[in-house]
Each structure stands twice: as C-alpha cells, then as structure tokens.
Design a protein around this ligand. Sequence first.
Ligand code: HEC
Ligand code: HEC
Length: 331
Amino acid sequence: MLNKLVTWSIIVIAVSVIGNRQSSTQQTASDNPLSWNLLVPDSASLARGWEFPRDPRVDTTGLSPQVALQVLRGFLLFTDTYAQAERFAGGKVTCNHCHPNGGQREKALPLVGVDKVFPEYNPRSGRLFTLEERIVGCMLRSINATGRMNQHVVLHHENELDGATLSPVSGEIQDLAAYIRWLSWNRDIDSTLPWRGQNTLPASARIPLEKLDSRLGQQLFLEKCANCHGEDGQGMFIGDKRPGPLWGPESWNDGAGAARTYTLAGFILNWMPYMNPGSLTSEEAQHIAAYITSQPRPHFPYQDQDYLTAKIPVDAVYYKKLYSQNPLSKK
Ligand code: HEC
Ligand code: HEC
C-alpha cells in the first residue's frame, strides 16, 4: 500500500512538471483538423489524470485580471466541487469526476467548445437551454444539489428557476461557465465539434436491457474496477484523487444522465479501467453499467417534471415508475 502511494506521488510530480511545460505552448484547432491536441487522448491512463491542456493556474495570458480570477474560480469549482460549491454539493462528486482533465479528455464528455452549441434544445426539459442552464442541470442532478435542499438553499427543477438559489445567475454557475467558455477562447473553434458525442454507445452495440446481467456486471466490477473504486463502489484515495462514489448517498442522483445505463456504459467503455482504457468490450461495459445502475442512489425529487414532451429513454431505469404515467412512454 505504501509502495503504491509512493509510486502515485512520483507519477503526480512527474505529470505536473510535464503538464506545466505542455500548457505553455499555444495551439489552435486549425493546427490539427481533428484538434485532438486540445485534449488528452483517450488512450492516456491515470498517470495523465492530473494533466490540463489549458490550466488557468499556469497561464491566463490575454485575460483581464478580473476575468482571469473568475476562470480560476471556475476551474477550482470544477475540480473540487464539493469543497468549493459546498452549499450545492449533495455528495462527494466533482465535475471533474465525469469530465476528466478539466473537461479536456477525448471521448470522456469533453467540454471544449460546447459553449458554441448552446442554446440547444433539451429533450428532457422540452425547451432551449443556455450553457448556464445546462450547468444548473448537472449541478442539480450529477452533483446532487437537491440533496442539500434546506431553508437556506432553495432549489427547483430547471424549468422553474425563478426564485431559486441555484440558477443561471448564481456566482458558482457564472464562474463554471466562464471556465468552460475560456477552454475555447482565442481558438479556431466553431459549433461543429468533431470530439462531441464520441463516447456514446452506438445503437447497434446496445444489448436489450432485459438481457443485461447485473450479477455478471458485479463480477466484472470486482475484477476490473474495485482496486480503485473499492468493493463497495465508494472509491479510495489515489494521491489527491478519490474515484467514485459510484452509488449510495454520496453519489449522483437518479435524475442524472450518468444514471442511465447506456449513457454510463458508453462512458465506461471509452475511459475505464483507468490504467488500461479501451480494454473492455462493449458487452462488458454494459453489464457493469447495469450493475452500477441497479444500485441505490439519492432520489431527484423533480423526476415527474422531466420528459413531459418526450418519451422517457428506455435506459432511464430509475424512471420506471413514471413510464406508465408518461403518455408517450406507455407501451
Ligand atoms: C456523474 C457524472 C457527471 C458529473 C459529476 C457532471 N456531469 Fe456534466 N454531464 C454528464 C453527462 C452524462 C452529460 C451528457 C448529457 C447527459 O446525458 O446528461 C453531461 C453534460 C454536460 C454538459 C453539456 C455538454 C454537451 O456536450 O452538451 C455540460 C456543460 C456539463 N455537463 C457541465 C458539468 C459541470 C459544470 C459539472 C459540475 C458542476 C458537471 N457537468 C458534472 C455527467 C456528469
Ligand atoms: C486505476 C484506477 C481505476 C480503475 C481500475 C478504475 N477507475 Fe474509474 N475512476 C478512477 C479515477 C481516479 C476516477 C476519477 C477521475 C478524476 O477525478 O480525474 C474515476 C472515475 C470513474 C467514473 C466517473 C464517476 C466518478 O464518480 O468517479 C466512473 C463511472 C468510473 N470511474 C467507473 C469505473 C469502472 C466501471 C471501472 C472498471 C471497469 C473503473 N472505473 C476502473 C480510477 C479508476
């Protein structure tokens, strides 16, 4: 265990030196048509988990001091959410847990340039979302802000943000949006983002949910994931990182995108296990995702306000009780 820790610390130090050197070189999307040089490649292991191609702690050249400070605050909120956004964080998950390398990793929900595609229609809410409203969504669900609901923190569904403490104008949301906008700032990026949506499980690879075996998923989890996420899925410290918790009261809630089986499988397939990404078959990733999404997690109290104008996706397994009430989802 001690050996392991020493190895991790050496990796962390080496990575931060290399990472700092790399981030000082300016790159534009036009240097490389696929722009992978803006992102950490999907083949990179945990050894590069501390690398940020753009890192506001190192370089905010060109920004006014005020904006630089806001971007830096956004970065800290992103990577250390439950300490920095304490009033909204209902558990122990950070934005960086699902958007690794500060939202700058290939095929792991990268956020570079997403500011260019918003406002965008959001089927779950049935209306256009700005970037800030989209971030409110991840805060309410993935960060489980609704788990913090109390007399000081007033929260609503994304469609009723008036009078809520968590809204597009909350300081935390503005800072997070400033950080995300800065990832594409001064770069030749338009709304056609070749790296967007690349970790979605293709429809042709999907195994029908009833054929997924969560017991097999559990076996695979114990074999390939538990050494970092713990047998109980609650994570353990690796240097300053604590992966997971993948379920239980400190995890994302049952209204989150990551609580959907195929969404989670696509994500696992392209990124985990972190020492050897790309080593899972799509079948294995789906059985594991079925296991993780069969576990208890915090409840999102506004589920009945979701999907009012769209069919509930089949893999939104925590919405099962609502299928029969949803006119578009009734079989
Ligand atoms: C538990 C995993 C998880 C966490 C934690 C999380 N997200 Fe997300 N995020 C997702 C998933 C999955 C999507 C893709 C859409 C979906 O299916 O919901 C997404 C989408 C997004 C998008 C839209 C990207 C696009 O291409 O449309 C933004 C912006 C975003 N997240 C920001 C954040 C921020 C900021 C935080 C922290 C406050 C955060 N996310 C925390 C899982 C997560
Ligand atoms: C070598 C260690 C390691 C292994 C093995 C590993 N993970 Fe991870 N995983 C991590 C770390 C570290 C993070 C957090 C990334 C960060 O904060 O930058 C993470 C993040 C995740 C996330 C994002 C949500 C969260 O709460 O962290 C999921 C989902 C996930 N891993 C699933 C899996 C699955 C499934 C397996 C097995 C197939 C697996 N992991 C194997 C280290 C590992």
